[in-house]
Design a protein around this ligand. Structure first.
Ligand code: PLP
Length: 232
């Protein structure tokens, strides 16, 4: 299937899931995860009306962003953040989904160019509690978000997570449900948080059932990636 057809299919699936889980039509944003994909593949998706793209590797992303050079495309950084890459991330991206350290947030805030809008931030949560994974605990999220409020060049939008993979729908839902609940709790003090970045090709439906406002989909749009590039 061509990218244009896969995109149409996934948009249709999102729309059906919105209805099924009593979500408003259009309330779930499709983020096309284009890590390891070529400029031509991304342009095919842009030509099919796709505007939000997610990238994991800074150098690879910047080459593609410069080559595509289209102002109405919105670039999201969704990979682990190395501190020596904060300048490039703050300059080239519109969103960063993987903030989990104050030091990194401070640098992004310092570097975000004045002529650009504040950088949209999601706080990455480690929902499965695995030591090796990035992200802060659910318990620490409130305090962390409170600390981020000092950074005027950042706009904190909500929570992001990448739970341990499972094929079981109820298990997928249970993990996402904790994040959904947390966002509701945070909204009491911080009503402007409006984003839940959860769900990949494998668990998109469970994510939509649990309030996803951004789903991050790679494989279902572009086909399988080769293993070498999938280290995230
Ligand atoms: C690669 C990646 C995705 C997309 O995963 P697919 O299974 O290809 O849909 C989503 N989120 C993050 C953080 C990723 O690294």
């Amino acid at each position: 299937m061509k990218i244009i057809d896969k995109l149409a299919q996934i948009r249709n699936e999102i729309s059906i899931a919105e209805t099924q889980f009593h979500r408003d039509q259009g309330s779930v944003c499709l983020l096309a995860v284009s890590k390891t994909r070529t400029v031509d593949e991304i342009i095919a998706a842009i030509s099919s009306g796709q505007r939000h793209f997610g990238e994991n590797y800074c150098q690879e992303a910047i080459e593609k962003i410069e080559s595509i050079n289209q102002a109405d495309v919105i670039w999201h950084f969704i990979g682990p953040i190395q501190s020596n890459k904060t300048k490039q991330i703050a300059t080239y991206f519109d969103w960063v989904h993987t903030v989990d350290r104050i030091k990194i947030a401070r640098r992004l805030n310092e570097i975000r160019p004045e002529e650009k809008k504040p950088l949209n931030i999601c706080v990455q949560i480690n929902i499965s509690g695995e030591e090796s994974k990035s992200g802060i605990s659910l318990d620490d999220a409130g305090q962390f978000i409170y600390e981020l409020e000092q950074f005027k060049r950042l706009k904190v939008r909500g929570l992001m997570a990448l739970p341990a993979p499972t094929d079981n729908f109820e298990e997928q839902r249970a993990a996402f449900s904790k994040l959904n609940q947390k966002l509701h709790d945070l909204n009491i003090k911080t009503p402007e948080l409006d984003t839940l970045s959860i769900g990949t090709t494998q668990d998109m439906h469970a994510a939509i059932a649990e309030g996803a406002t951004i789903v991050r989909i790679g494989t279902a749009i572009f086909g399988p990636r080769n293993a070498r590039n999938d280290a995230n």
